[in-house]
Design a protein around this ligand. Structure first.
Ligand code: IPD
Ligand code: CA
Ligand code: CA
Length: 298
């Protein structure tokens, strides 16, 4: 029987269901990882596989069984459930689909739950290794309860010099003005840091900041399901999360910068001005994908 969301759910209960949901999706992905892919296209290069859909279906089953009145935003299925709920599940059943389709490491299942618009619990199951040796590790966090990888507490790095940092970014499928601006940022930071990586799975990139193996990650135009879990994991690992103009972030925003905190202001010196320029040129940075009537205190 599903529980009613009449009041806040205990963090322990919520995180157990979040982790079960993410692991259930990951099992679907693991079962498919060494088999031929059934690919269809959302755009010229934006692909989707049967596995994306099957993983989402498996995750939804877990969520509905436990909380039948919660609101859900899944990448593949859109919005379902009760908009009056305080809880919104943001589900990316396969983040890094292109990598998955190629058998290239860096993809994940990402499940984040918001309470009135703010991340409350998160789990990301990252696939590591490669063909013939796939494995997984699970990142998790609850608001105020710290961040973990395979049950061990994790923390961001302490690096405070750009020239000693390893950075990560990403580029969406729309090759618009924001994409072009980020190509320039990629060049600029490649020149002054130890390097800028582009792995191709936003949730994984954020977990790597939380793990302290890279210092920062940014991207324009991500969706709530890309970010809801990752941003909480970074914050709970002691990192900082803002929009790319430096403003207060919420998961319905169209830009995100996550870092170890120590580097945040220095990165914003370079990232903020071109983002302001995009805004001044009329590029839309208003909130998106916020379900109508969902109460978000953001
Ligand atoms: C994509 C990945 C990628 C990012 C794109 C996302 P998908 O998600 O997270 O790293 O650059 O913006 O759309 O389509 O593989 O779930
Ligand atoms: Ca994604
Ligand atoms: Ca996806």
């Amino acid at each position: 029987m599903g529980a009613k969301s009449t009041g806040p759910i205990s963090p322990n209960h919520l995180i157990e269901v979040v982790k079960t949901a993410a692991k259930t999706g990951a099992q679907v992905v693991m079962d498919a990882v060494n088999k031929p892919r059934n690919i269809t296209y959302k755009g010229l290069t934006d692909l989707v596989t049967e596995t994306d859909k099957m993983s989402e279906a498996a995750i939804l089953e877990v969520v509905k069984k436990n909380f039948d009145d919660h609101l859900i935003l899944g990448e593949e299925g859109g919005i379902i459930g009760d908009a009056a709920s305080d809880y919104l599940w943001c589900i990316d059943p396969l983040d890094g689909t292109t990598n998955f389709a190629h058998g290239y490491p860096s993809f994940a299942v990402s499940v984040g739950v918001l309470y009135r618009g703010n991340p409350a619990a998160a789990a990301v199951v990252e696939f590591v290794g490669g063909p013939m040796c796939w494995n997984t590790r699970i990142f998790s966090a609850t608001a105020g309860g710290g961040a973990f990888c395979n049950g061990e507490r994790i923390q961001v790095s302490a690096t405070n010099q750009v020239e000693r940092s390893l950075l990560v970014t990403g580029f969406g499928y729309d090759h618009d003005d924001a994409w072009a601006t980020n190509i320039d940022l990629f060049k600029e930071f490649t020149d002054v840091s130890r390097g800028v990586r582009r792995l191709g799975a936003a949730s994984v990139d954020m977990c790597h900041v939380a793990l302290g193996i890279v210092e920062a990650y940014w991207e324009y135009r991500l969706k709530p399901w890309d970010m809801a879990a990752g941003v909480l994991i970074v914050e709970e690992a002691g990192g900082a999360v803002t929009r790319m103009d430096g403003g207060k972030f919420c998961v319905f925003d169209r830009s995100v910068l996550v870092s170890n905190g120590a580097l945040h202001a220095k990165l914003l010196e370079k990232i903020g001005p071109p983002t302001e320029k995009l805004k001044n040129n009329g590029i839309d940075f208003s909130l998106w994908y916020k379900p109508k009537d969902y109460r978000a205190d953001v």
